[in-house]
Each structure stands twice: as C-alpha cells, then as structure tokens.
Design a protein around this ligand. Sequence first.
Ligand code: DX5
Ligand code: ZN
Length: 229
Amino acid sequence: MSFDRKIKIAPSILAADFANFGAECEAIEAQGADWVHVDVMDGHFVPNITFGPATCAAIRPHIKGVMDVHLMISPVDPYIDAFAAAGADVITAHAEAGPHIHRTLQAIRAAGAKAGIALNPGTPASAIEPLLDMIDLVCVMTVNPGFGGQKFIDMTGKIRALRALIGDRPVHIEIDGGVDPNTALLVARAGADVLVAGSAVFRGGSASNPDPYGTNIRAIREAAEGVYA
Ligand code: DX5
Ligand code: ZN
C-alpha cells in the first residue's frame, strides 16, 4: 500500500447486498472504487451488529485492492490478530473504544496492518496529538457511528485542524458518514483524501446491474476533485 493524497473513494459494503458480498466487492472495484470499506459493529460500542473476522476473510479474495476495516467494537484488542489474519490492510479502531488506544494502535501495527484511529463527532482533533507517529490514517466520523444513510454532520473545522497537526506525515484523512457529491467537495477542500460512501455509491445499482455504481463513484470523485467547483 503506497501513500498519496489523491482522492480515494471507499464504498462501504454496509450498503451492499449482505447475501452477495463477494460479487458486490468485485462490482464496485470494476466500477472504479479505490478501497473497500468494511464496517464491523458489535451491538455494544454501537447499537447495531454487522459481522466479524470470518466474513472479512470470506470477502478478502474478492477484493484486489485495499481492504479497509473499520472496527466499531469494544473491546478491540482481543480481535486485532483475527482481523489481520483475515487480510485487512487497514484496521481502524475508535479513540473512544477503551482506555488504551495507544496500546491498540501498537498492536495493529505489530499484527502487520496499517493503523487507523476513528474519531466520533464529539471527540476533538487534539485526541490524536500524542499518537501522530503511530497512525497511518485518521477517520473523521461525520455521523454518529452505527448506521448507514444518516445526515452529514459538518466536521470541516476538525478536518482542517487534523490536516495541520499531521503536516508532512504520511497519514490519510478519511471521512465516514453522509458523503455524497455535495459534501465531498467540502471535506476534500478541508484536507480529506479518503472518502467513505455507502448509500451514495450503492443506490440504484446491484451486482448484476453495476453501472449505477460507476456513475455514483465518478460523481463523488469529480465533486471532490472540484470539477464542478
Ligand atoms: C457508519 C459507518 C459508515 C456508513 C456510511 O457507522 O461507519 O461507513 O456505512 O454510510 P453512508 O455513506 O450511507 O452514510
Ligand atoms: Zn465506516
């Protein structure tokens, strides 16, 4: 996984057909997705349950590029090795998931994955300050995590603050929640480079009718790149 700050679109399979993940992952990659975003929820840290490492391992062979695993679980540490063994390229844990985020980030890198930290809307940018040299990605939640299809919460001030804190370090800024062509431009201008989008990518299409996925991905990318600015 090489580092750059070009806009990357990461469809969240939370909005895909759960009975058809393999074909859905192949379809979004064929339609231009850069990363595949995989939302793991435990019904404890967030009020919803999705799936765990076995599902990640099952979909891994259907993803050619980056598998970006977003853990909305608490505790995190007992499961890191299982998600790394499932083939996650990036493992992101929440700053709010426990008292020892520093240890969690160490464990993610030790397991051979890139380490991400996610910040809920109520958590300030300064939370990453002591951790800057041990992260590869910061995920700015622009909804309260747990569900797809929620309304975007403007976090552009936080994104700018993170961008300044990160400086020249090779750390991605990822945005998760309510990303569509309208909000993509705002967050990209503030300094984001990875845009997660669930409903705005999967709406109107399916694995057997994937063209709308391509249209939707292009619309978000072109908006973020300022084509219509
Ligand atoms: C929310 C998840 C998101 C979600 C985004 O808890 O982390 O990845 O799927 O969905 P949309 O793009 O529909 O807001
Ligand atoms: Zn997510």
